[in-house]
Design a protein around this ligand. Structure first.
Ligand SMILES: Cc1ncc(COP(=O)(O)O)c(C=O)c1O
Length: 357
């Protein structure tokens, strides 16, 4: 199959990518048809048969297991190292809160982090008196990161928490990356339903995080002898109880579709190629100040337009050109997400629209 046929097939499966110019996977990705079918099918079953009996639980747990396995395959991790979460922020909270903090203990982060990562640290600072140390990785976040972080490490450092956006040669490999914990969204670039995400916790590092929440899904026995209970020896210990099973059915479907139909390698390469194309094409616009330091390192390209209000630009693109990007008001910036389903022509249209403003 040619690249173009493959792309057309993918776009047909995702109608939101052809009814508009969809350039905001960084917030929510467009849904492929298989997600909607899987969710509908699950809801239909629940509606018709109820959620009853041993077979009901079996079917539900099979979806949960497949959801963890799908993430493990994507991240090159073991399924036992995956906990299901509702979003990235939940994973970040589980880890941040799971450390046995004492007043004066230190957490290191960088000056380029999302509030989902910072919020738990701020809360821990206010509640337990921890110290947050911020590594300066440059205005554009392009300084080599190791030294600024290593410089802040002290005997009181208990956590280093930062985001990772590079595509690492096209695939994520938890074991090669050698991190302790890694939180991901599934509703963004992976095009899954709302309320789906995952947390990776390395086998060896599981014991370093204390559970903040516990429930029947976290423990070996719901009610042991004498009400004794023990946490599971796997990342699933961070799950407390039932989630949206239909959403998890959608997650299973989309991860399978990305693996079997889209192709992980094709997807990563396409995102990087489109991002590189956008990086260069946008730079030709007079008055555009590029903020993204390197072309193609992720699917995000951020920039400022001299003399333009970021919110107004988003509105103009949306209303006049049916193009959807987002602004980052705190830095008066605009952010374009190039998904694997976008085309070079769409980027050309965006560039033309910005030139015409
Ligand atoms: C770097 C980063 N971390 C966390 C989040 C929050 O993601 P979620 O809504 O899945 O919690 C975002 C959302 O855009 C993000 O960009």
């Amino acid at each position: 199959m040619s690249d173009l046929t493959h792309l057309q097939h993918i776009r047909q499966e995702m109608p939101a990518t052809t009814s508009r110019i969809y350039m905001n996977a960084g917030t929510f990705g467009p849904l492929p048809a298989c997600v909607v079918s899987a969710m509908q099918e699950r809801m239909q079953q629940e509606w018709q048969n109820g959620r009853l009996g041993a077979s009901g639980f079996e079917a539900m747990f099979a979806i949960y297991d497949n959801a963890r396995k799908g993430v493990a395959h994507l991240l090159n991790a073991d399924a036992d190292e995956i906990a299901l979460t509702d979003n990235t922020g939940e994973g970040l909270n589980i880890i941040s809160y799971g450390i046995d903090w004492h007043e004066g203990d230190e957490a290191i982060t960088t000056n380029h982090e999302h509030i989902s990562l910072l919020a738990p640290l701020y809360q821990l600072r206010d509640r337990y008196g921890i110290v947050i140390r911020v590594a300066d990785i440059g205005e554009k976040g392009d300084l080599p990161i190791l030294k600024p972080i290593a410089d802040l490490v002290t005997p009181r450092t208990s956590l280093i928490s930062l985001s990772h956006v590079s595509w690492m040669m096209g695939a994520l490999d938890m074991h090669a990356l050698n991190v302790d914990y890694y939180a991901i969204p599934i509703q963004k670039w992976l095009c899954g339903p709302d309320g789906t995400g995952a947390l990776y916790a390395r086998h060896d590092s599981l014991g370093n995080i204390k559970n903040t929440y516990v429930g029947p899904f976290s423990i070996k026995h719901e009610m042991g002898k004498d009400w004794g209970w023990e946490l599971l020896d796997k990342a699933q210990r961070f799950e407390t109880g039932g989630r949206q099973t239909a959403a998890l059915a959608g997650q299973v479907a989309v991860l399978n579709w990305l693996d079997q139909v889209v192709g992980h390698q094709w997807m990563y390469e396409r995102i990087a190629a489109l991002s590189t194309y956008a990086f260069h094409a946008l730079q030709e616009i007079p008055g555009l100040h590029m903020l993204t330091p390197r072309a193609g390192a992720s699917g995000l390209v951020s920039f400022r337009l001299e003399g333009k209000d970021d919110g107004e630009v988003v509105k103009y693109l949306n209303e006049k050109h049916n193009i959807y990007i987002r602004n980052i008001p705190s830095i008066n910036a605009l952010r374009v997400s190039t998904g694997f389903y976008n085309t070079e022509e769409e980027i050309d249209t965006l560039v033309r629209a910005l030139r015409e403003m």
